[in-house]
Design a protein around this ligand. Structure first.
Ligand code: 3HC
Length: 666
């Protein structure tokens, strides 16, 4: 390679003047987003490549930890500034010399669109690619819906664009999204490839032809995508754009795509999803904890091998921790071991895990009877019966022999962690780590601190969440913390609606139409009604007699209806299918009579707005009491713990609070 004159420009894009293959390097930390300066720099560099006779081909590569991860989301609230990304990308594709993308890290959104317009793509084996725009309430806006189907075909493009699914390099190679995997030196491999392409006809993605789908099949696919989106509008719009690539010339398809992109960019759904994107990142940074060093944790002890304990063990084993799980008897231990093996067997059967990986995970988990074998652990988490005295006794026992500095965590969902901490001589080392069921699947982790929890213990909770690939929300002690406290208000409102005239399936249908994956009664049936019943019975003696208490769930339990596992609960289940049950309808109508209420037709809109108001009200109280530091903490809990549709303005956004106060004045 020889050096040629450089453009000499400072900025996030530079042309590295090697001949005959030059490199355009983008260096815009943290993720090389295509902010205005990057777009302008890329355009200038491509023009220079075109004009410079010493350059025969060029590689587009990135500095830092990733290829371009997309358009700069922070610019979305501003007026678009020239040059626009589609024009820059068109210029890349139109370049008269071969352009090869050298992909490491992630090529997402606009980054993937840059790669699609290059004449070839080389990726590191660990790289991933995708068009995740629908997750931000958008469609790809720089040719993604038009070029991707031209490269991988309509079926694969529909899947990727409408789901926002990100694929690893090996799958990208199989699909035809990348041409080669790098065997070591990515830039060199891309430069060699670029050299091979010189003198050959250029492979412009936009010039390729897409084979159309049968029209009926196409409309059935769009309908299915719309149904699955449960109200989010971007996926179906993206599907229509992808399908149009079979009939429209590139320029027309791109014009239509751009129009849809700009329309969605100013939509409330996209604003809500962008809020969610930044909230998920912000939530991990807690004011005051930035400079606090977490404790080093590798050896985890888990007390209790029930559903929760087993799920927690799997979550830690999956993240590479060394796990020991203890029980009070061999029998209970064997049941836990079988439960864990069953989860991994299912993952292997569905192809999500290899048999070798399963064996490795199973090897990471040790089993023992009695707590005494936990003395070498860095952190012990209890997942035993939800009873204050049981947990206090356990912590007293652990405190007696665990070395100083070992963190004691409780997975309680409701109990006062300060009282559990007070049973030990080390309250500063006690913290709540509240996993949501199934613990190995659900993303949310509430890190609950008491008045005495040490800052480095809270910081350890945050760093563990990161290693577990979970989203942590730090909160203080209150009944049910953030998630379950809001949930109980939400459920209470749902039960009031029953007494006033709605039926369980109507409440569920309204909330599923709102965007929740399942309504509250269907969720109850899935989770089982008996645990909440036991809790209500425990709390009965201290319940405020003035409280409006709906007893329909108690009556269901008295009739032995504990949900799906008993074949009946709020619904009856025949062959696994949920069906409205006249028994429940009669129970609900009797409850209205007992309360002296005349039943009335309740619209889906009223159901949705009352439930939303119940959530927002409780969220405001939680904020008032400083249970969490910021509104976004509550939003993240609702999205990741309870499936609150992120494309709706989330509970604590200004928009929701305004809506709810308006509907309560009606
Ligand atoms: N724009 C602006 N900032 C971004 C960004 C983007 N596209 N992507 C990431 N960032 C920021 C994050 O906010 C974070 O900032 P912070 O440190 O101040 O909180 C920082 O970059 C690092 O991000 P992460 O903490 O998420 O780092 P990870 O290493 O965990 O993940 C990632 C990296 C996989 C690239 C992840 O950030 C990601 O998924 N980013 C979004 C990708 C995306 O959605 N791209 C499409 C954008 S829309 C588009 O391209 C439209 C086009 O079609 C025209």
């Amino acid at each position: 390679m020889t050096a040629i004159a450089s453009s000499g420009e400072a900025g996030p894009v530079r042309l590295i003047p090697t001949a005959p293959v030059a490199v355009i390097e983008i260096d815009n930390p943290p993720v090389n987003a295509t902010s205005q300066a990057v777009r302008a720099g890329l355009l200038t560099a491509i023009h220079e490549v075109d004009c410079n006779p010493q350059i025969e081909a060029v590689v587009i590569a990135c500095a830092g930890r990733t290829f371009v991860a997309g358009a700069d989301i922070r610019e979305f609230g501003q007026l678009p500034r020239e040059p626009h990304l589609p024009d820059v990308i068109d210029a890349i594709e139109a370049c008269s010399k071969p352009v090869v993308a050298a992909i490491h890290g992630t090529a997402l959104g606009g980054g993937c669109e840059i790669a699609l317009a290059c004449h070839a793509r080389v990726a590191e084996p660990g790289a991933s690619l995708g068009l995740p725009e629908v997750k931000l309430g958008l469609v790809p806006g720089a040719g993604g819906t038009q070029r991707l189907p031209r490269l991988v075909g309509l079926e694969a493009a529909l899947d990727l664009v409408t789901s926002g699914r990100i694929v690893k390099a090996a799958e990208a190679l199989r699909l035809g999204l990348v041409d080669r995997l790098s065997s070591g030196d990515l830039r060199q491999d891309a430069m060699d490839f670029a050299r091979e392409l010189t003198g050959q006809p250029l492979r412009r993605t936009g010039e390729r032809v897409v084979t159309a789908l049968d029209p009926q099949e196409a409309s059935a696919k769009v309908a299915e995508i719309r149904r699955k989106a449960r109200g989010a509008e971007a996926p179906a719009k993206a599907a229509e754009l992808v399908l149009s690539s079979a009939s429209l010339p590139l320029a027309d398809g791109m014009a239509r795509e751009r129009e849809t992109f700009l329309e969605l960019r100013s939509s409330e759904q996209s604003a809500a999803l962008r809020h969610a994107f930044f909230a998920e990142r912000e939530v991990t940074r807690l004011p005051g904890l930035d400079s606090v060093e977490p404790r080093s944790v590798q050896k985890i002890g888990i007390v209790g091998a029930g559903t929760m304990g087993s799920g927690i063990a799997i979550a830690f084993a999956d993240a590479g921790f060394d796990v020991k799980i203890v029980e009070t008897s061999e029998q209970a231990l064997a049941a836990g071991q079988a439960r864990i093996a069953d989860v991994y067997d299912k993952q292997v059967a569905s192809g999500r895990l290899t048999a070798a990986a399963k064996d490795e995970r199973l090897r990471a988990i040790e089993y023992a009877v009695g707590t005494s074998s936990l003395s070498d652990r860095d952190l012990v988490i209890e997942a035993v019966f939800e009873d204050l005295e049981v947990k206090r006794a356990l912590f007293r026992d652990l405190d007696a022999f665990l070395p100083p500095g070992t963190i004691l965590a409780t997975n309680t969902s409701y109990l006062d962690i300060s009282l559990i901490a007070a049973a030990t001589s080390r309250p500063a080392d006690v913290v709540g780590l509240h996993f949501f069921s199934p613990a190995n699947v659900m993303k949310l982790l509430e890190v609950v601190r008491t008045e005495t929890t040490a800052d480095d213990v809270v910081a350890t909770g945050l760093s563990l969440a990161k290693r577990l690939r979970k989203i942590p929300v730090v909160c203080r002690v209150c009944d049910g913390f953030v998630g379950n406290r809001i949930l109980s208000r939400y459920r209470q409102q749902a039960e009031y609606l029953l007494e006033e005239g709605a039926l369980p399936h109507e409440v569920d249908a309204a909330l599923e139409a709102f965007g929740f994956p399942m309504g509250p009664f269907a969720v109850s049936d899935l989770a089982g009604l008996d645990i909440a019943w036991a809790r209500r019975k425990r709390l009965a003696p201290t319940r405020d007699p003035r409280e409006r208490y709906v007893d329909i769930a108690d009556r269901l339990c008295e009739a032995g209806r504990f949900g799906r596992k008993t074949g009946a609960g709020w619904y009856r289940y025949e062959g696994g299918k949920r069906e409205v049950d006249p028994f429940v309808t009669a129970l609900v109508e009797e409850a209205s009579k007992r309360r002296g209420l005349t039943r009335r037709q309740i619209s889906a809109e009223e159901i949705q707005s009352r439930i939303r108001a119940a959530i927002v009200n409780e969220a405001c109280k939680i904020l008032d009491e400083r249970i969490v530091e910021r509104p976004l903490d509550v939003d993240v809990v609702m999205m990741h713990g309870y499936g609150y549709p992120a494309w709706r303005a989330v509970p604590c956004s200004k928009r929701t609070v305004w809506d709810c106060s308006r509907s309560s004045r009606r």
